[in-house]
Design a protein around this ligand. Structure first.
Ligand code: FES
Length: 93
């Protein structure tokens, strides 16, 4: 399955495909849509973003994500792969 990822940043929406098993950050890079990221190992929190539509599978190595972040709907994009056909992320929230 290739999912469609939509992102809102600076009030603008963009979208790119994310092949099965690929992280949201890596799929964005492949489409030349650069999502905030640094360590890519789940430790720095640079890729923190609110998931506003769809679902993701997130690695157990999402160390930078607190319980409060999870309850508020945030994910780590570097540790997440799509679990649904459409995933929407809001970087403005
Ligand atoms: S880039 Fe560091 S936690 Fe995702």
């Amino acid at each position: 399955m290739t999912a469609t990822v939509r992102i809102r940043r600076g009030g603008q929406w963009a979208e790119f495909p994310c092949p099965d098993g690929e992280s949201l950050v890596d799929a964005g890079l492949a489409a030349r849509i650069y999502l905030p990221a640094s360590c890519r190992s789940g430790t720095c929190g640079t890729c923190l973003v609110r998931l506003v539509e769809g679902g993701v599978h997130m690695s157990a190595e999402a160390w930078a994500l607190s319980a409060a972040d999870r309850e508020d709907g945030f994910i780590l994009a570097c540790q997440s792969t799509p679990a649904t056909d459409m995933v929407a992320l809001d970087y403005d929230d």
